[in-house]
Design a protein. Structure first.
Ligand SMILES: [Zn+2]
Ligand SMILES: [Zn+2]
Ligand SMILES: [Zn+2]
Length: 122
């Protein structure tokens, strides 16, 4: 199951390792090699479970539909989970940055304090 595109209507057969993936990110997560780029793509419709081939070089509006069941498979990806994960990462990053800022401020303060001591001692 694909966790990147929640409304995937088709699976895509990767031309490099000939396995089925819901999206390019699924391939990147499970494979160590780069996804081979090709204009001829093989899809499997999730609705009717049939496979079909599309030449992406001459893709037009009618090609957005499964040739077997007319399922509109080329739709805008719904990926709410991916967005939440990105937000979570940002929060953690911010927390780290805040902590670093505090450490830096403390160090600067102690340096200033030492200088004060030195100045007082003449
Ligand atoms: Zn591959
Ligand atoms: Zn995916
Ligand atoms: Zn179909």
């Amino acid at each position: 199951m694909c966790k990147h595109v929640l409304n995937a209507q088709v699976a895509i057969r990767s031309p490099c390792c000939r396995q089925w993936f819901d999206c390019a990110q699924c391939h990147a997560d499970t494979q160590t090699h780069d996804l081979k780029q090709t204009t001829e793509m093989i899809f499997a419709c999730k609705k009717c479970k049939k496979c079909f081939r599309k030449d992406m070089a001459e893709f037009d509006e009618s090609d957005e539909y499964c040739p077997h069941c007319d399922n509109h498979f080329l739709i805008e990806a719904v990926e709410p989970k991916a967005r939440l994960e990105v937000e979570g990462e940002d929060v953690r990053k911010d927390a780290r940055m805040l902590k670093d800022e505090r450490i830096k401020a403390k160090q600067q303060y102690s340096v200033w304090e030492d200088e004060g001591e030195a100045a007082r001692m003449g």
